[in-house]
Design a protein around this ligand. Structure first.
Ligand code: ACO
Length: 364
């Protein structure tokens, strides 16, 4: 993938757009705190349902337990499955990434049930159905009695996953559930600030996520690893790409000036998974050389590995098709988006920034 970005001083860098109790990114120290706890701690101690409870409680003052959220999401997955005949026709002929957008846009309120559970529960059901459809199979019904991670994997893979696979996906879902005022969360909050409902807000968030400068990078990361192919080709391939002015996917971050802490959490999860297909030593060599080459090219701008590099390797090792990586990111991030939308709605304040007009002025 060849992306060249026009540089502009405009981009709201470092400007607070909201006060939040949901997550904090410290770009200088390489730290991410989610609702009062370090992400590295959460990834080894909490399930996705646990961290979702933390986020929803922090946003609304509720006191949901992990078990409450697990029950709500299980029921919501079943409701979403029942609605697939309405949601899927709009996705016909689309890629998985675009079809997911169309189906998510079709979600709506259900009989006074909480919107956040309806949304977070629906996401893996839609993703699983699109993956199965792409293979010519029928969608697999969810099981409300297993964890969100286990059910997500079952619906994606069309088989019962191993406990180590479930643990790896759960660690991923926890690790990327929220991340400060990133582009998709900002988009979600802008829509929520108009008092539009959560369905509209998360649809906007997903649209923002699909771009390769944000959540669309993991698929290109695998394409890059495929294109490099062998150890001997790492140096010439990377040097040539940088000489052409290309951005290397999975590196650099608007906020982090040191290594993205989520990259290490995911690397640990991949090592624990130790699945066939994850050639971690090769990926590690590619990573090490890209970091070295980026330091050489931009000595004054620290460009380190971001979360997307190891996301690609982890999801690939779990045999999730690469075309579904962005929807899977959304499965995790829906926890953060719904919490941010609620938090924003409660402020009652419309987000309405200004722009610098640089066009021509009328003569008189
Ligand atoms: N590869 C090569 N050069 C890079 C990269 C990269 N991945 N990232 C930044 N640079 C270079 C820029 O070309 C620029 O160089 P210059 O000063 O010689 O023109 C310099 O570093 C500074 O770049 P900025 O544009 O200021 O960086 P910005 O904060 O806008 O970029 C971004 C952040 C978009 C993530 C960028 O690093 C990038 O495009 N990375 C690749 C895509 C990617 O990995 N996306 C996932 C991000 S993580 C997430 O959203 C979940």
């Amino acid at each position: 993938m060849n992306i060249q970005v026009t540089k502009s001083p405009i981009g709201l860098d470092g400007i607070p757009a909201a006060e939040t109790v949901l997550s904090h990114v410290d770009g200088e120290r390489g730290e991410l705190i989610v609702a009062g706890e370090h992400v590295r701690v959460l990834a080894s101690t909490s399930s996705f349902e646990g961290v979702t409870a933390r986020l929803w409680n922090a946003a609304t003052g509720s006191s949901l337990s992990e078990a409450n959220v697990r029950a709500k999401l299980g029921a919501a997955r079943e409701r979403a499955f029942a609605r697939l005949p309405e949601l899927l026709p709009a996705t016909r002929g689309m890629s998985i990434v675009d079809g997911f957008r169309a189906a998510v846009a079709g979600l709506r309120a259900e009989n006074g049930l909480e919107h956040e559970a309806t949304i977070v529960g629906a996401f893996p059901v839609i993703a699983g159905a699109l993956v199965q459809w792409a293979k010519g199979h029928d969608p697999l019904a969810p099981d409300p009695n297993v964890s969100h991670a286990a059910d997500t994997l079952t619906m994606l893979l069309n088989r019962k996953p191993e406990p180590r696979e479930v643990a790896a996906l759960d660690a991923y879902l926890v690790t990327v559930c929220d991340h400060g005022m990133n582009a998709s969360t900002f988009a979600t909050r802008v829509v929520a600030s108009t008092q539009a409902d959560l369905f509209a807000a998360v649809t906007a968030g997903y649209c923002a996520l699909t771009g390769p400068l944000h959540g669309g990078a993991p698929e290109p990361v695998l394409e890059m690893l495929d294109a490099i192919g062998t150890r001997e080709r790492i140096r010439p391939w990377v040097d040539a790409a940088l000489a052409r002015g290309e951005r290397l996917m999975g590196f650099g971050h608007r906020v982090y000036r040191v290594r993205d802490p989520r990259a290490d959490v995911l690397k640990d999860a991949i090592e624990r998974l130790a699945a066939e297909g994850a050639d971690l030593p090769f990926a590690g060599e590619v990573e090490a050389y890209i970091r070295e080459a980026l330091r050489r090219k931009n000595p004054t701008r620290p460009l380190e590995t971001n979360v997307e590099f190891f996301t690609a390797i982890l999801l690939d090792a779990l045999s999730i098709p690469r075309q579904a990586f962005t929807p899977i990111f959304a499965v995790a991030r829906s926890a953060g988006w719904t919490a941010h939308a609620r938090e924003q709605q409660r402020t009652g304040r419309l987000i309405r920034p200004s722009s610098s007009y640089v066009g021509p002025m009328p003569k008189v």
